[in-house]
Write a protein of this length. Structure first.
Ligand SMILES: Cc1cc2nc3c(=O)[nH]c(=O)nc-3n(C[C@H](O)[C@H](O)[C@H](O)COP(=O)(O)OP(=O)(O)OC[C@H]3O[C@@H](n4cnc5c(N)ncnc54)[C@H](O)[C@@H]3O)c2cc1C
Length: 343
């Protein structure tokens, strides 16, 4: 049995773990570490501190299938639809740009992190949170992986699925193992940055707008607003509504190095101008997405990058493809091919 560490419990990492378990069941012992307190990464779902049943998706909002990806990834879509993890988007969205005809949008009634939780459960992996990987050292035929405040552990194979700048922050032997050409390619990867606010409301609060989500084009700060429960078509009214607000990328970049506490009131002030009748929320969560969506991925890349072959150290994620559901599936499948041929 090879001991495989997957760093990152986002979509790419959870799907890599699931593919390993399903396709190579007796060959691997899978461990997933993530620095956060829960699963999802940029597909995370936040809960209201006052009512855990009131949730909001602060990152990814929809799963949008083009005809091409709906066909080549049909088994992934079918599995999630059969389990009611994905449902077609039926709620009205104002100003959505349909880049391609016949695109089908899906929502996740239980929050977008339900996709990741599904894959992690299927993987049977040992999943540990609050594990912030800082150093990776080579020890003969294995890797010694260190995380903040924890004991180092040994693994036969390591898979890195975090945003590319966070891969480049790793210390230890991994720094010198990244070849000059590979480093240049990784350093060229870029991401947009934005803030997200989640507003949680008490039960029985009414938000009377004719849309479930709306793209805003005439405000320097706010780019997108969704009445999240309405967007996800949640029937239950046992908890209050929730609202998510995404800022524009120029606003995100302008305020990137400021504290969240200083930026939150600016976003709220702009939101009030756009929605003066919005009731006062019960609680608010502010999220800074320093690495939001990939604006330039690794050039000429087959969806993964092998940093070292024996022992294997490989990286994947949307930085190696593109920033959405299908980009992560594409990368996870490519990482899996590399793992399969080395096991
Ligand atoms: C605001 C926003 C809106 C978006 N909208 C959409 C959308 O509508 N539809 C869509 O399909 N996609 C959307 N995306 C993109 C989508 O969310 C991402 O492409 C996808 O979630 C990336 O998954 P990943 O697993 O590759 O990376 P991530 O989700 O970033 O997962 C990487 C994980 O690694 C962990 N990590 C990082 N460093 C370390 C470390 N040193 N040690 C341990 N763990 C570490 C992180 O905590 C994280 O959980 C959006 C993203 C954002 C931010």
């Amino acid at each position: 049995m090879s001991r495989v560490l997957i760093v990152g419990a986002g979509l790419t990492g959870s799907l890599c773990a699931c593919l390993l378990r399903r396709k190579l069941p007796n060959k691997v012992n899978i461990v997933v570490w993530d620095k956060s307190r829960g699963a999802g990464g940029r597909m995370s779902t936040s809960r209201s501190p006052n009512d855990p049943s009131c949730t909001v998706d602060l990152g990814a909002q929809y799963i949008s299938a083009t005809p091409y990806y709906a066909r080549i990834h049909s088994s992934f879509y079918e599995e999630l639809l059969a389990q009611d993890i994905l449902k077609p988007l039926v709620a009205p969205v104002e100003g959505m740009m349909l880049k391609e005809e016949e695109i089908v949008n899906y929502v996740t009634p239980h929050g977008v992190s339900s996709i990741i939780k599904h894959y992690l459960k299927e993987s049977g992996a040992e999943v540990l949170y609050d594990r912030h990987v800082t150093h990776i050292h080579r020890k003969s035929t294995t890797w010694e992986v260190c995380c903040k405040g924890g004991m180092p552990e040994r693994f036969d194979i390591v898979v890195l699925t975090m945003p590319v700048p966070q891969i480049l922050q790793l210390q230890g032997d991994v720094e010198s193992l990244i070849g000059e050409n590979q480093r240049r390619m990784l350093e060229a990867v870029s991401y947009s940055s934005r803030y997200a606010l989640g507003l949680f409301y008490k039960a029985d609060t009414r938000i009377d707008v004719p849309w479930a989500a709306k793209y805003v084009s005439n405000n320097p700060c706010v780019r997108f607003i969704a009445i999240d429960d309405k967007k996800r078509n949640l029937a239950s009214k046992t908890c209050g509504p929730s609202v998510v607000v995404h800022t524009s990328v120029p606003f995100g970049i302008q305020h990137l190095e400021e504290e969240k506490d200083a930026v939150q009131p600016i976003i709220l002030e702009e939101l009030e101008k756009l929605m003066p009748d919005l009731p006062q929320p019960d609680s608010i969560k502010c999220q800074k997405w320093r690495y939001s969506q990939v604006t330039r991925s690794v050039a000429d890349c087959p969806g993964q990058m092998i940093l070292h072959s024996q022992p294997l150290l490989v990286c994947g994620g949307d930085g190696f493809t593109h920033s959405n559901f299908d980009g992560c599936i594409e990368s996870a499948l490519k990482v899996f091919e590399v793992l399969k041929s080395s096991l």
